[in-house]
Design a protein around this ligand. Structure first.
Ligand SMILES: [Zn+2]
Ligand SMILES: [Zn+2]
Length: 134
């Protein structure tokens, strides 16, 4: 199926085609800061499944990862909505921010990562797999 999404102001819209690889909650400190929420909800997919209409700005996050991996966080330059992150360690794989999809009512996460940074009050009913790190 093809899903559509957009940023808050509408300058950037996108289509995500086919089935995602996984839907994953990330509890990492950086996702909390970028989203302003307690965690990020991501649809992980191949870059080729995503087509973007509009111009995204990129924040290259080198972060605190000891192994040197980093993430390109792409967002709308007008309204600041985070749209997608490129996972540089796994080339060609992107994480689309589920909160920007037009219909996200049927999307429940199956896995959560970076549980080391998870807020103590967060309990997610659908989770099947939890990992301390990515
Ligand atoms: Zn926008
Ligand atoms: Zn994260």
């Amino acid at each position: 199926m093809t899903r559509t999404g957009r940023c808050l102001c509408g300058d950037v819209s996108y289509e995500l085609s086919g089935d995602p690889i996984a839907t994953v909650v990330c509890h990492c400190d950086h996702c909390q800061r970028q989203s302003g929420g307690a965690f990020s909800l991501n649809m992980v997919a191949h870059e080729s499944q995503l087509s973007i209409d509009g111009t995204l700005q990129t924040y290259v996050e080198t972060g605190e990862n000891d192994d040197g991996t980093y993430v390109n966080r792409k967002f709308c330059g007008t309204c600041g909505s985070p749209i997608v992150s490129e996972l540089v360690a796994t080339e060609g794989v992107v994480a689309v921010k589920v909160g920007t999809l037009d219909d996200r009512s049927d999307i429940a996460p199956a896995a959560e990562v970076w549980c080391v940074d998870k807020q103590p009050w967060v309990e997610l009913a659908s989770i099947q797999m939890s990992m301390d790190r990515e």
